[in-house]
Design a protein around this ligand. Structure first.
Ligand code: NCD
Length: 309
């Protein structure tokens, strides 16, 4: 296993499957009455979050704690960052305190890669700008595999704000590695330039893609990243690209609906769809903890094959 997890594209098929299989073991721990392993006792994990987050930050925190690591939660607000300290000095300070792993979320695409050049410990990308969010893609793949029993040959449709979505980018890379086929559906304004080079198909017609999708992953419309107007109105967006009950009825019977959260209920996804039995949204959150446990365990040198300390 590599030292850092910066991009979903860095994982070979075997490495990705190792993470998913390890996460399945971790999920068994989560189901036990005592949800804790001694594996990372004495190790320190720093959560370095420069962007707001609910599920990803708490998920990493819980994952590290379930492996008995010490966890430091650092957020830019209330730190020396608000006094102008740069990423490098912040990172070196944390390293001087003995961080074995740094989990970073940053508004700047590429920040985790820079960090990896400065610190000795492992760096985990927990979302960098509009670039990547590899642990989200891993938990999504884990969720697809546990619901549908396979990844190879699955038809996965990602819908919505592809342009600003690090979740979409990481999913496209990982799903290709794992043998699934991805179709992107979005208004033309929310499709990134250079998409021809992505290992994915593009469609502007949601209704045509629905009947052949095993998975439909709805993406949040990221209004905080939009400096311009990308579509005429929320109503128009929902009408063409939102998933409501009528559209959900066009899906094959076994297919599932996913969303990384946070959701704009009523915009990209109707409340009744989000809360339906087809929705994996709550499972994705649960699986996120197991997947992050697996990633921390593998990166921090937990030997595979049952060796425990
Ligand atoms: C995503 C993110 O932050 O990239 N959320 C998450 O990590 N669960 C997607 C989003 O913000 O829409």
């Amino acid at each position: 296993m590599m030292r850092h997890l910066l991009s979903a594209g860095d994982l070979s098929r075997d490495e990705a499957l190792l993470v998913l299989d390890t996460a399945a073991e971790m999920a068994r721990v989560a189901a036990a009455p005592v949800k804790k392993l001694p594996t990372l006792r004495g190790r320190t994990v720093v959560n370095l979050f420069f962007e707001d987050s609910t599920r990803t930050r708490t998920s990493f925190e819980l994952a590290a704690k379930r492996l008995s690591a010490d966890v430091i939660n650092f957020s830019a607000k209330g730190s020396a960052v608000s006094k102008g300290e740069g990423l490098k000095d912040t990172a070196l300070t944390l390293e001087a305190m003995g961080a074995d792993a740094v989990v970073i979320r940053h508004a700047m695409s590429g920040a985790p890669h820079r960090l990896a050049g400065w610190v000795r410990g492992s760096v985990v990308n927990a979302g960098d700008g509009t670039h990547e969010h590899p642990t989200q893609a891993l938990l999504d793949a884990f969720t697809m595999r546990s619901r549908l029993g396979r990844l190879e040959g699955l038809q996965v449709t990602l819908v919505g704000d592809i342009l600003h979505s690090r979740v979409a980018r990481s999913n496209v890379l990982l799903l290709r590695t794992l043998g699934a086929e991805v179709t992107l559906v979005a208004p033309p304004t929310l499709i990134p330039v250079g998409v021809e080079d992505w290992p994915a198909q593009v469609s502007y017609d949601f209704d045509r893609v629905l009947p052949k999708s095993d998975v439909v992953m709805m993406l949040r419309v990221q209004r905080e990243r939009m400096g311009a107007v990308y579509f005429p109105s929320v109503r128009e967006y929902s009408r063409r690209y939102g998933l409501d009950a009528a559209r959900m009825a066009m899906l094959p019977p076994e297919s599932v609906v996913m969303h990384p959260g946070p959701m704009n209920r009523g915009m990209e996804i109707a409340a009744e769809v989000a809360d339906s039995p087809r929705s994996t949204i709550v499972e994705q959150v649960t699986n996120g903890v197991s997947v992050r446990m697996a990633v921390l365990y593998l990166l921090l040198g937990g030997a595979m094959g049952g060796a425990s300390e």
